[in-house]
Design a protein around this ligand. Structure first.
Ligand SMILES: C[S@@+](CC[C@H](N)C(=O)[O-])C[C@H]1O[C@@H](n2cnc3c(N)ncnc32)[C@H](O)[C@@H]1O
Length: 377
């Protein structure tokens, strides 16, 4: 894979990327990074590349001509037009998923801005996408370019010793990685969790997944509970919802959609778990015409078969007076969107003769499992 970096400070990028793993990958021919100095393309006799902004305001703006000529030089030497990215604080924030997509491209051309930014016209002419490395402002695009190249390059075959080195890591599956330990087993009075030293692979894998989900809930709840825009049909539950939630759960467990009733204390415990941030539960209130129209209770589990987080739709209930507006279907579609980057599978139970519910689920793409379920309590 090839990276062409358009910058006013080529050494800054070159020096960072010649070190360690990325430097070795360059030497091994897995990737190449060429840094072009935009100043070398200036037609100004003083090699000027910037000027004052039209409309006033502080700082200088990088001009179109040197950047465009630099880009043309790169494009003319390439068989295919390179995918061109402007590193910019207003771009969409770089994620592991985005880096993975970029790693499939043969040639990336990166434009590093400096000063106040870049004349919009050259951006409109050459840039495919603007990418930010976070919601803050740096003095130039050189560090962001190094960050992007490092993140993309480490997913190229051969850069890391094994593919699992990055597929097991934070963000790849949408979750954060479990805590890690090495020798000695005891340090400063702190012990390595015993289970990790006992060698039972099944239990160790289970522990890692559980830790991964719990840690994500604790450190980055936004990754598993996506923020919900105000105008959506779903919202998180709050303390004030207790009464109506218990009322709806009671009603749900007396519908033909379920086979058994449940003790009242289960409902209270579930409500506490939801508000207490239990990593295994998630729940949403369904809103309709500014009123509570129903609820959806979800639980989080892991599926080796599906290769990741499985979201169980435990309970989905719409109050009788709000039915006829496709709220269940719309709420589910919103839930799919909220878990778009994290869940590998959605799963639910349906009673054999609940034809209405099945029709909706089939329409939403669910299919019947061949497995029979078993439980032990
Ligand atoms: C001082 S910044 C310009 C900020 C610009 N005036 C604004 O308010 O959006 C100069 C350059 O640094 C780079 N830069 C700064 N912060 C960045 C970030 N968070 N992600 C990517 N690039 C960034 C961009 O290339 C930008 O052109």
């Amino acid at each position: 894979m090839k990276f062409s970096v358009m910058t006013l400070f080529p050494e800054m990028v070159e020096r960072v990327l010649q070190e360690s793993i990325i430097g070795r990958a360059q030497k091994n021919g897995i990737l190449s990074v060429e840094c072009l100095n935009i100043r070398d393309y200036s037609q100004d006799k003083h090699r000027r590349v910037d000027d004052y902004p039209f409309g006033g305001g502080g700082g200088m703006i990088m001009q179109c001509q040197p950047i465009y000529d630099c880009y043309q030089d790169i494009a003319n030497k390439s068989e295919e037009r390179p995918y061109t990215i402007y590193l910019s604080p207003r771009g969409s924030v770089l994620t592991q998923k985005k880096a993975q997509k970029l790693s499939a491209l043969p040639h990336l051309c990166l434009l590093c801005g400096h000063y106040e930014g870049v004349d919009q016209r050259v951006l409109d002419e050459i840039v495919d996408e603007e990418i930010s490395i976070g919601d803050y402002v740096l003095t130039g695009g050189e560090l962001p370019a190094c960050v992007l190249i490092d993140c993309v390059a480490r997913m190229l075959p051969g850069v890391l010793a094994e593919e699992s080195s990055y597929t097991n890591e934070s963000h790849y599956s949408g979750l954060l990685e479990h805590p890690q330990y090495t020798l000695p087993r005891s340090w400063n009075g702190r012990e390595v969790p015993e289970l990790l030293t006992e060698g039972n692979h099944r239990l160790m894998e289970k522990w890692k997944k559980e830790q991964s989900i719990a840690l994500t809930q604790k450190m980055r709840p936004d990754l598993v509970r996506r923020p919900i825009p105000d105008n959506k049909r779903l919202r998180f539950m709050s303390k004030e919802d207790q009464e109506i939630f218990l009322e709806m759960v009671t009603a749900f467990y007396s519908t033909p959609g379920v086979l058994h009733t449940i003790p009242a204390e289960h409902m209270g415990k579930t409500f506490e778990g939801i508000l207490g941030g239990d990593p295994y539960i998630n729940a949403y209130m369904i809103q309709f015409e500014k009123k509570v129209a129903g609820y959806c209770l979800l639980s989080h589990t892991w599926s080796n078969e599906a290769g990741g987080l499985t979201v169980w739709i435990e309970e989905l209930y719409v109050r009788p007076e709000c039915r006829g507006h496709k709220l269940a279907e719309k709420a589910l579609r919103e839930i799919f969107a909220l878990y778009k980057n994290t869940a590998s599978r959605f799963r639910l139970e349906v009673t054999a003769d609940n034809k209405g519910a099945k029709k909706i689920y089939y329409k939403l793409g669910f299919k019947m499992l061949d497995y029979q379920q078993m439980i032990k309590e």
